[in-house]
Design a protein around this ligand. Structure first.
Ligand code: SIN
Length: 334
């Protein structure tokens, strides 16, 4: 008989290594998203003492194949569940490769106080020492925790709690792959208890002006990322500028690139393509008019957002405005 005093947590699975199955225990090779949500839940000891679980399968993909269609379905499911009085919190299981993008996307298009916790694993479910069960245990505990309310979507990995806007996958292997490089972790999980270090002082998801409806009405504006490096030419930028509504420069240092690339980006901007300068370094803040004259070029500075998150904000921004000044306001705020 389920304990009525326990929180009710909806667990939505999308695939990833957390649901990955190897062909052999000693094998590096595995298929992400092979196992069902029921299988993942059955592998977590003590879950029945934490929460009453409602399980749902939204997708079964490796997160390198996450799509805008799955994002839309996920955001809609989260919205519906957040409106159900019987649901106290939501957990989304996800591949780690693009987990930070889905978390940030949800933080901009869903507006609720209920905890929404994204979680993944670095080792497949069938590997010795799989980290998925412990991560999922903590995610369910966090989603049922009153202190997690009102903080927007959170990510829990390896006992660390991160805010959606801050979290980043920093390594391609190892269970400690996630960090919040600019502002630090939101807190830690210890023995099913959440300990938050501070309140997030970035804009709350509830106040976001973006919506899935506006994004769909705008047709999910195409935004591409250009990775800068020594000798970056202008031909790739010219090619993309003819096709995209927005471009994000994953620039060297504080969002810089060769003179030729900057000239191509300036041409793109003059032709009405929104151009955001971000940094490929992994942390820090790209400000306006430092080494590049953004005012003259019509560029937007990404602030603390990584190129992959800048791409999401620009896509959503373009669903409201194409004016670089307005888009810059969004980057200053979100
Ligand atoms: C994926 O992102 O689906 C594969 C990698 C992972 O989950 O760790």
């Amino acid at each position: 008989m389920p304990d009525r005093r326990l929180p009710t947590i909806a667990v939505l699975a999308t695939g990833g290594t957390i649901a990955g199955a190897q062909s052999a225990h000693a094998s590096h090779a595995y298929r992400a998203g092979a196992l069902s949500v029921e299988h993942l839940l059955a592998a977590v000891p003590g879950l029945a003492q934490l929460a009453r679980i409602q399980a749902g399968q939204v997708a079964s993909v490796g997160s390198q194949n996450m799509t805008h269609a799955v994002w839309a379905a996920l955001a809609q499911r989260v919205d519906v569940l957040c409106q159900e009085a019987s649901v106290d919190g939501i957990v989304v299981t996800h591949g780690t490769d693009t987990l930070e993008e889905t978390a940030y996307f949800l933080s901009l298009v869903t507006r609720h106080d209920k905890p929404v916790v994204l979680v993944g694993a670095m080792r497949p479910a069938t590997a010795p020492g799989a980290d998925g069960p412990a991560n999922l245990f903590h995610a369910v505990a966090l989603a049922g925790c009153p202190a997690a309310r009102g903080r927007g979507p959170l990510v829990v990995m390896n006992e660390d709690i991160h805010y959606a806007r801050e979290v980043q996958k920093m390594a391609c292997a190892g269970v400690a792959a996630f960090a919040s490089p600019n502002r630090g972790r939101a807190g830690v999980m210890r023995a099913a208890q959440a300990h938050f270090f501070s309140r997030n002082d970035t804009v709350h998801t509830r106040d976001s002006i973006f919506s899935l409806q506006a994004l769909e009405a705008a047709g999910w504006p195409r935004v591409d990322v250009v990775h800068a490096g020594v000798g970056l030419g202008d031909d790739l930028i010219d090619f993309l500028a003819a096709r995209a509504s927005g471009l994000v420069l994953a620039g060297v240092g504080d969002g810089n690139a060769t003179d030729g690339a900057l000239a191509a980006l300036q041409r793109a901007s003059a032709a009405g393509v929104a151009v955001v300068r971000a940094s490929r370094t992994g942390s820090g803040r790209v400000g306006r008019n430092v080494e590049v004259d953004d005012d003259a070029a019509g560029f937007i500075a990404a602030g603390e957002l990584s190129p992959q998150k800048a791409r999401i904000l620009l896509m959503l921004g373009l669903s409201i405005s194409r004016d670089p000044a307005r888009l810059q306001e969004f980057f200053n705020q979100y």
